[in-house]
Ligand binder design. Structure first.
Ligand code: PLP
Ligand code: ZN
Length: 435
């Protein structure tokens, strides 16, 4: 690689290991038997010491403006223009949640409509540069669709290992990019298959593929740091009091936190935000309560609507961030999630995947419990578009029968189906306000 990468370091004990593209997903060998922990990329000091954050302001309108802090140079990037997504104020939803200032990082605007593009652009750029012949993932969700797009762009074959009954828009999306989707009869066979492919054939796998899970490939995680850089830039050097995001294995939570640490170390930001995880089954919450570095596998007691984050076991990388930042984890069930998705879309104009709505539910809970103060600034990361899981979120929508085409019919219809008041008096109002 043209960048001066020193290798990897364990995020828990600091043990150094040599740079290689293909890793076995076990994380640190010293921590493995004790509390499995991911590795992170270690840079040789000189490459990043003189980073001029302010100068990145004039860079390209994508995350490669931060190339000095990434493992690949911008000229070698496989890019679709990812990153530099809007930071939006959300006053109506903020009011509804009881938060003085609610901000949204709208990651639905990325090239494949999810924040996984930050990981994929960096991972595939490194893969191409280091001569990978084939890339693979065990995701049947956003990470897979994103990897498929970037692999297509790089001209690399991509294998997406999934299981027989997973379906829906995301899988269709991945196939459109030409990924070789491999459905296995048994869900649990996915990881051993990939482990075998790595051992015997040297496939470059970006997702986790061993239990207990430590997280995705460290080179890809570097891409998520740019979330923090962008937020600090968009807030003119300030940061929110809280950052709340949906968390599965904590890849983005960890990456974004590293980004804030980078900025804090360099004096670009004066303080650090608290990081909160919206999860489904409460594995991180349990780990925080018990103490220690082991993240337990908890019972998956129901079928979650937020399938993108439906893991029964979190990862140490997420736990570490919650502890270091003084944050917390909130378990979010299905109740009211589709309703909240619709309120969010209807009040703010942002249509988010069900998993991406969980931070809003978490914020409401943290406000009600007094953990988030009313005057604090809260940022929710909206990780993916609502088009991704329309098959699930449509379940509560009422069917709309066709009607006649006259305006009177239409007004009756609006009243019946939407409660849009059209009594004779109100009809008069509609007419006069239009005139
Ligand atoms: C939409 C969405 N949000 C959040 C996540 C959480 O992932 P992680 O915590 O591993 O970054 C995922 C993972 O698949 C996702 O698809
Ligand atoms: Zn270690």
């Amino acid at each position: 690689m043209s960048k001066a990468l020193a290798g990897y370091a364990c995020i828990r004990c600091g043990r150094a290991s040599p740079l290689q593209l293909v890793l076995d997903s076990r994380g640190c060998l010293d921590c493995q038997s004790d509390a499995p922990a991911n590795l992170r990329v270690a840079y040789s000091h000189e490459t990043r010491a003189g980073w001029d954050f302010a100068a990145t302001q004039g860079g390209p309108q994508n995350l490669w403006r931060y190339e000095a802090m990434l493992p690949v140079a911008a000229r070698d990037a496989v890019s679709l223009g990812e990153g530099m997504t809007p930071l939006l104020a959300a006053p109506a939803m903020g009011k509804r949640l009881g938060v003085g200032r609610l901000l949204l990082k709208d990651e639905t605007r990325n090239p494949t409509w999810s924040y996984k593009d930050r990981l994929s652009t960096v991972a595939i750029s490194a893969a191409r540069q280091m001569g990978a012949k084939i890339v693979a993932t065990s995701s049947s969700g956003n990470a897979g669709a994103s990897l498929a797009a970037y692999a297509a762009r790089a001209g690399l074959p991509c294998v997406m290992v999934t299981y027989a009954h997973s379906a829906g828009p995301i899988l269709a999306q991945a196939r459109k990019y030409g990924a070789m989707v491999l459905p296995l009869a048994s869900k649990s066979a996915r990881w051993p298959l990939l482990a075998d492919a790595v051992d015997r054939l040297g496939w470059f796998v970006t997702s986790p593929f061993r239990a207990p899970v430590v997280g995705s490939h460290p080179i890809g995680l570097e891409g998520y740091k740019t979330l923090a850089y962008e937020v600090a830039q968009q807030m003119d050097g300030d940061v929110p009091d809280w950052v709340v995001m949906p968390v599965c294995y904590g890849d983005a939570l960890f990456g974004m936190w590293q980004g804030f640490l980078d900025l804090h170390e360099r004096g670009v930001i004066a303080r650090l935000p608290k990081m909160a995880a919206a999860e489904v089954f409460g594995s991180l919450r349990a780990a925080l309560a018990v103490g220690g570095d082991l993240v337990p596998e908890v019972d998956a007691e129901f079928d979650t609507l937020a399938v993108s984050i439906g893991a029964a076991q979190g990862a140490f990388q997420a736990l570490q961030v919650l502890r270091q930042s003084g944050g917390t984890a909130v378990a979010i069930g299905n109740d009211g999630l589709i309703r909240l998705q619709e309120e969010f879309a209807a009040s703010e104009g942002i249509f988010a995947e069900l998993a991406s709505v969980t931070p809003l539910a978490a914020i409401a809970r943290l406000r009600a419990g007094g953990v988030i103060e009313p005057a604090e600034t809260v940022l929710a990361v909206v990780t993916a578009s609502g088009l991704k899981d329309l098959d699930r979120s449509l379940s509560e929508a009422r069917p709309l029968p066709a009607t006649g085409g006259s305006l009177d019919n239409a007004l009756d219809y609006l009243e019946e189906h939407y409660g849009f008041g059209t009594s004779p008096d109100e009809r008069k109002k509609i007419v006069t306000s239009a005139g």
